[in-house]
Write a protein that binds this ligand. Structure first.
Ligand SMILES: C[S@@+](CC[C@H](N)C(=O)[O-])C[C@H]1O[C@@H](n2cnc3c(N)ncnc32)[C@H](O)[C@@H]1O
Length: 387
């Protein structure tokens, strides 16, 4: 059974994604007690180490790990954040993670693969220098790298584009280095441009199938039937004044829902525009990208017009879980804590799809060796020399 360690584990949705594929979690780390509470409710506490990654030392990490995962904090990389990049206190936690990976390599215990996940802003952070620095470090440890974009909306009714960086030990391949410049959904133009601009780095293309291109479920399918008298529904007057204050294009979307368009439901964020709080609704059958509830604008609301009149309430924790493809995850905490946990988490079926296809060779009866070809495409480029 391949073994993995989950860093920045949060509530454990990477584990949720890949354990059913036969991966065994042997170590998990996160600093946040509120996340750990949710993690333990699902997975128990055996492998979870709650604390700052800066405090971990290599002897804390079990031997013989195949894969390290790191969905590290996005606060310094996202457009909604402060764009401090990897110099920032939060997203800069990638460095102690890569330091630990380096220590494992030095103790002769190199993981076969590393998997990073973050917002797509990582591609452009500090004009590409941040991602380059990560790839340089991985290359210096003997990994070859694939950069991919996956959007949760291909797997669940939530728009959530994310960048994945997959690093494979160089001896897990044939060393071929023909770079592909083919643009696709998972390797869009800006990924290819980044690779091209950094052609001295050891990029590879994993051989991956086309991902699904739309969610198997519409937004309406993940909603709970919440009784009309439930106190999370806004009073009618509040709904009315918010809809009246919307920009015309958003108000028209609500009016269209009232006539039965798009299943009669959509989601809304509140935003401050020109000093006023206004509601902005989506025009498709998806929820917007879930976020953590820091600041008033981050909670996502349901606008439900199925009865012909608009009603508004926050999405609940269970709906957040379903939008991350984790509908069965036990929720023993308040909605606010669940928003925090799921809003920050990975989309389960997206990660499962990637790990199933990218690391399929781990499931063969033999462990990969230099003679066993992982499923890599040839790429051109000057990186044959990476050890
Ligand atoms: C994007 S979230 C990861 C979510 C997780 N993959 C999940 O599915 O729930 C980033 C995580 O990094 C954790 N974190 C932030 N700073 C940390 C630090 N210094 N040490 C360890 N974990 C940290 C946060 O608590 C948060 O849970």
């Amino acid at each position: 059974m391949p073994r993995f360690a989950e860093f920045f584990a949060g509530i454990g949705l990477v584990r949720e994604a890949i354990e059913p594929l036969g991966w065994e979690c042997v170590f998990a780390n996160d600093i946040a007690p509120a996340k750990a509470e949710m993690y333990r409710a699902r997975f128990g506490s055996e492998h979870l180490h709650v604390g700052d990654i800066h405090e971990l030392v290599v002897s804390d990490i079990p031997h013989g790990i195949d894969l390290l995962t790191a969905s590290f904090p996005c606060i310094d990389l996202s457009l909604a954040g402060n764009r401090n990049g990897l110099a920032g206190r939060h997203s800069g936690t990638i460095w102690p993670f890569l330091d630990l990976a380096g220590e494992l390599c030095r103790r002769g215990d190199a993981p076969s693969a590393l998997l990073l996940e973050n917002v797509t802003g990582l591609l452009s952070s500090d004009a590409g220098r941040d991602l380059r620095a990560i790839c340089e470090r991985m290359g210096s440890l003997g990994y070859r790298i694939d950069i991919l974009k996956l959007d949760a909306k291909w797997f669940a009714p939530q728009s959530r584009p994310r960048l994945f960086v997959v690093a494979l030990k160089s001896d897990l391949g044939d060393g071929t280095t023909l770079a592909s410049s083919a643009v696709s959904a998972i390797r869009p133009r800006n990924v290819r441009q980044f690779e091209h601009a950094n052609g001295d780095l050891p990029f590879i293309d994993l051989r991956l199938p086309e991902p699904p291109r739309s969610s198997p479920l519409p937004l309406a399918a993940v909603l709970d039937e919440v009784p009309e008298e439930h106190d999370t529904w806004w009073p009618n007057e509040r709904v009315h004044s918010l809809v009246q204050a919307m920009a015309p294009r958003h108000r028209e979307r609500v009016e269209a829902l009232q006539t039965g368009e798009r299943d009669g439901v959509t989601t809304m964020f509140r935003r401050v525009r020109a000093g006023r709080t206004v509601g902005e609704v989506r025009s498709d059958r998806l929820a917007g990208c879930l976020r953590t509830p820091y600041g008033g604008s981050s909670v996502q609301f349901l606008v439900d017009c199925r009865s012909g009149a608009a009603r508004i309430r926050p999405l609940n924790g269970r709906e957040y879980a379903r939008l991350q493809g984790a509908g069965d995850f036990p929720i023993t905490v308040s909605d606010r804590q669940a928003w925090l946990g799921f809003g920050d988490a990975v989309c389960v079926p997206a990660v499962r799809w990637l790990v199933r296809h990218a690391f399929g060779f781990f499931y063969s009866s033999e462990r990969p060796t230099a003679d066993v070809q992982p499923r890599l495409c040839e790429k051109s480029g000057p990186y044959a020399a990476v050890a």
